[in-house]
Every structure is written in C-alpha cells, then in structure tokens.
Write a protein of this length. Structure first.
Length: 94
C-alpha cells in the first residue's frame, strides 16, 4: 500500500496532539471521510464490474454480483462475500 507524503505529514502532526478531545474530533472526521468515500464508490459500481477487495491482510479481485444500500455482494473465487463499500476499489486503468 502506498502512503502519500500528505498522509505521512498528517501522521506526524497527530503525534503532537495531547488531549483526548482533539483525538476524538479527528477520529470522527476520519469516520466521516470514509463514509463519503464509500458513498462515492457506490455510485460507480455496477453488476459485473471487476473490483479489488482490500482486507487487513490481502487484496483480492472479484466481480460485483449485487449492489445493496451499504454493501455489495462480490464474487471472489466463485464464493459470494458481503463487502462494505469502504473495502472496495476499482482497478487502476493503465
């Protein structure tokens, strides 16, 4: 996974935070941004699209079988998985 220089700079700034309230504020903002990214991904997904599902330990390619309200059913190696949009990305087009 590539980490941008901007994200590295933000991580250094986070290390200087000393109050729990400030950290809670940042956690809330991160949660909001993740939701927005997931919403944006949802509008670009269609049945039959090839996607990449990123879990904690690996990335796997699959095909969208169904798009639900908050998750999509993705076929990976012939098995359907109910995957949140935040774990789905579209492959890079070269």
């Amino acid at each position: 996974m590539k980490i941008s220089n901007e994200a590295k700079q933000i991580a250094r700034e986070i290390n200087s935070i000393v109050t729990n309230e400030d950290l809670q504020f940042l956690v809330g903002k991160i949660h909001d941004v993740r939701k927005e990214i997931a919403r944006e991904i949802k509008w670009h997904l269609n049945v039959g699209d090839r996607v990449i599902v990123t879990s904690r330990t690996k990335k796997e390619e699959g095909t969208i079988k169904k798009v639900n309200r908050t998750r999509a059913v993705v076929l990976i190696n012939g098995q359907g998985w109910n995957v949140p949009f935040s774990m789905i990305s579209l492959p890079e087009v070269a």
